[in-house]
Design a binder for this molecule. Structure first.
Ligand code: SF4
Length: 371
């Protein structure tokens, strides 16, 4: 399908938006103040079309998904971030901890069903020792060598470094030796110190998050990046967040994908409101435009809902995440999306968006194209 950018832009009467649009069409990088202008603009169709233009230059008509499983070994968490409804105290009746056997059983189910990635993140219990994190990775890899272990957020890595008195580099090297192949992007939340103090004052700060990712990239471990939006942050703070990621990506090239995560307030101490679909689509589109050095932008169906995620595939996103099987974190905060989806369902969602469904592995290598 041809994108009629020129025709669309003829309908835009805003001169500044037209100037920014010309830069985007020419493939030029936009500045922070220009991204901010887009966030404040009401011209969502034009912004979406521009983002989709960039996406098609990078990914053609492909829209990716993966057959994977999320495992959250525990919801016990020492940090108690105010925006999070998942992490609870050890004494809470909802608290759980999976044994190594429980974890391996889940991985086996996924492996037998054709899944080749485990995405593993969780709460951070004060009573867990460093070795436990390494051992979980090692045992999964020993038992299922074909399964890619994408595990532990930068917050968890920071915590491991703290309790083991090791550097990020030492921790990441040991995890890599045990079988870790990629890091998920969780824990970034919003980099602004002001907003972070309100929503997550206790855990690793922005610099620490970014340093973990930089170190992983240096060690040849690719990582994902996220941004939690729709709570107390301003548009300026969203742009500042994107800008920091773009800077590191210029330096290392180690980020695989950017995932904007819409905030869900139910059951959190922070409270607040759910983001609007307009905000969700605009954030996806501006991320696609601004992060010109990222190959992929994910429309995470769990936080966006299946419908908006599907629409986002024409607003600059090229990836829906995966089958997941058992999402717990966003469901604790009230999302109404499913806990997991079949391959057939994801293929159908993508085809209905007019895109070509492509099953990928963790590293965006093509596994199967569903023409
Ligand atoms: S966001 Fe992560 S670190 Fe914070 S309370 Fe939830 S599980 Fe713990």
């Amino acid at each position: 399908m041809e994108l009629l950018i020129d025709d669309l832009l003829k309908t835009v009467s805003d001169g500044e938006l037209l100037r920014i649009a010309e830069k985007i069409v020419e493939g030029e990088r936009i500045e922070e103040e220009e991204a901010l202008y887009l966030f404040r603009s009401g011209e969502l169709p034009a912004i979406g079309h521009l983002a989709e233009l960039i996406n098609r230059r990078k990914n053609g008509m492909n829209a990716y998904f993966i057959v994977n499983r999320q495992i959250n070994p525990t919801n016990v968490c020492v940090y108690q971030c105010d925006f999070c409804a998942f992490g609870v105290k050890r004494s809470d009746p909802r608290a759980y901890e999976m044994s190594l056997e429980d974890i391996l059983k889940k991985v086996e189910e996924t492996y037998r069903a054709g899944g080749r990635e485990v995405h593993m993140v969780g709460g951070i219990p004060a009573h867990w020792g460093y070795e436990r994190y390494v051992e979980i990775v090692r045992k999964i890899k020993e038992n299922f060598p074909e399964v890619v272990v994408k595990a532990w957020t930068a917050i968890e890595i920071h915590h491991m470094a703290k309790i083991s008195k090791k550097s990020y580099e030492e921790v990441l090297k040991e995890l890599k030796e045990a079988g870790l192949e990629a890091l998920p992007g969780g824990g970034a939340e919003i980099f602004s110190e002001r907003a972070r103090k309100i929503i997550a004052p206790n855990k690793a700060n922005a610099e620490e998050y970014l340093e973990v990712h930089r170190t992983a990239h240096r060690l040849g471990i690719p990582t994902n990046a996220t941004m939690l939006y729709g709570h107390v942050e301003t548009y300026e703070e969203r742009v500042e967040h994107l800008s920091k990621l773009r800077e590191i990506q210029d330096e290392t090239g180690g980020f695989q994908v950017f995932i904007p995560l819409a905030y869900w307030p139910q059951g959190t101490r922070l409270g607040g409101r759910r983001t609007s679909s307009v905000d969700d689509l605009k954030t996806i589109a501006i991320s696609r435009i601004f992060l010109d050095n990222f190959d992929h932008i994910k429309a995470y169906w769990v936080t966006l809902g299946e419908k908006v995620a599907q629409i986002a595939l024409n607003f600059g996103a090229d990836d829906l995440d995966g089958t997941i099987e058992e999402e717990k974190i966003v469901h604790s905060a009230g999302t109404k999306s499913a806990y997991g989806h079949s391959v057939e369902k994801l293929v159908k969602l993508i085809k209905k968006a007019g895109k070509v469904p492509v099953e990928r592995d963790t590293f965006y290598r093509v596994v199967r194209v569903y023409n």
